[in-house]
Design a protein around this ligand. Structure first.
Ligand code: ADP
Ligand code: TYD
Length: 218
């Protein structure tokens, strides 16, 4: 693909601190005058947000792992082709809260769907688009439980899984990070919010902002 933008993704188990860090990063990009687009998965387009609703709402009828994977993939195909690829072509920085690594970790390692099948569908849904940089915020399950308790929020369909499921998802991310070390940057998610946001900004400055010149606001 003819791309000149940058795709930065955030990954990790639920509660690892992605939302907080994505917010910090956009504040920094605003301060420095860089243009960016902020997106999340599943979601980011009208159709993908509707699919999100189906995926995260608890229902009487249990969802099969295959239906779940294909729905995440459908939302991803729509977001990639409708929004991500055009923006990358225009040279924009895209900050994306979860991408296909989430399906490899959650539906592959978590649910046990065949990894080759996952990889094939992931490539199709994204037209072979890889992130330039992926931040994996790693927390253990004790920390996840602690943060859940503190927030007191009701769990959605995906969050309401056995702890063993999240253990497999976390191990999946750790393996993915080892196998794709050129684009993965692992962060100890138990460090302070300030420390993590400094680490993320440093990495982005080094690997992205100094390497070329993404579009700046006028
Ligand atoms: P995610 O988007 O990955 O699910 P959030 O950013 O919503 O996670 O964070 C989940 C909870 O953990 C929030 O209550 C947030 O304030 C808290 N949190 C985030 N980062 C840290 C951190 N580094 N240390 C302690 N608590 C954190
Ligand atoms: P969200 O509220 O965005 O959670 P978080 O703040 O932790 O990112 O919900 C997304 C949920 O969907 C989350 O539990 C992870 C899960 N998920 C998958 O299982 N597979 C996927 O491919 C994606 C994108 C998300």
């Amino acid at each position: 693909m003819n791309k000149s933008g940058y795709l930065i993704t955030f990954e990790g188990i639920d509660g690892c601190g992605k939302s907080v860090q994505v917010q910090r990063l956009t504040e920094k990009l605003d301060e420095k005058g860089f243009e960016y687009i902020l997106l999340r998965e599943p979601g980011g387009t009208l159709i993908s947000e509707k699919i999100r609703e189906v995926l995260l709402t608890k229902a009487e009828e249990p969802m099969t792992p295959l239906a779940e994977f294909l729905l995440f993939s459908a939302a991803r195909a729509q977001l990639t082709n409708y929004t991500i690829l055009p923006a990358l072509k225009e040279g924009k920085i895209i900050i994306l809260d979860r991408f296909f690594d989430s399906s490899t970790a959650y539906q592959g390692y978590g649910r046990g769907i065949d990894p080759d099948f996952i990889q094939r569908v992931n490539r199709m849904a994204t037209s072979g688009t890889d992130p330039d940089l992926t931040f994996f915020l790693d927390i253990d399950l004790e920390e996840m439980k602690k943060r859940r308790k503190k927030s007191g929020k009701a769990l959605d369909r995906m969050e309401d899984q056995a702890l063993e499921f999240f253990n497999r998802v976390r191990e999946g991310y750790q393996e993915l990070a080892r196998a794709n070390s050129e684009r993965f940057y692992i962060i100890d998610g138990k460090k302070s919010i300030d420390e993590i946001s400094r680490e993320i900004w440093q990495e982005i400055e080094q690997r992205i902002l100094s390497a070329a010149s993404p579009t700046k606001k006028n």
